[in-house]
Structures are given as structure tokens and as C-alpha cells.
Write a protein that binds this ligand. Structure first.
Ligand SMILES: [Zn+2]
Length: 66
């Protein structure tokens, strides 16, 4: 008998954490807590660094060691 509103925590605001972009060095905010030792990117750089493994297959990646 839990008739309480289940949306209690749902509409919680997203906490933004300030971080410094590991690429361009700009200050940015991320919706997650930056993990130490892990690079954080601003939106722009995030796009750049996002791996293109989305059904594309060949994304013009340089072959490093083949
Ligand atoms: Zn950046």
C-alpha cells in the first residue's frame, strides 16, 4: 500500500558539476560528477571525442597499428 507519489525524487534537478575541459581547457559543466583521472570534455570537445561506433563502421579513423 504505497500510495505515495512515486515522483518524489523524479523531478529532481540535475546537479551540474563544474569541470575543466581536458581538451580546450574551457570551464564547463557536466551533469555527472567528474571522476578523477578521467578526462572531461565540454560539449564541443565531447562531440569531437565521441567514438563513431554508431552503425557507421568506417569513420575515417587512422589505423595506428595495423
Ligand atoms: Zn573543450
Amino acid at each position: 500500500m504505497d500510495r505515495e507519489d512515486r515522483g518524489g525524487r523524479f523531478g529532481q534537478d540535475r546537479e551540474m558539476h563544474k569541470a575543466t575541459c581536458s581538451d580546450c581547457g574551457n570551464e564547463t559543466e557536466v551533469p555527472f560528477k567528474p571522476i578523477e583521472g578521467r578526462p572531461v570534455y565540454c560539449r564541443d570537445c565531447y562531440r569531437k571525442h565521441k567514438p563513431k561506433t554508431f552503425g557507421g563502421g568506417r569513420g575515417g579513423r587512422d589505423r595506428d597499428s595495423y
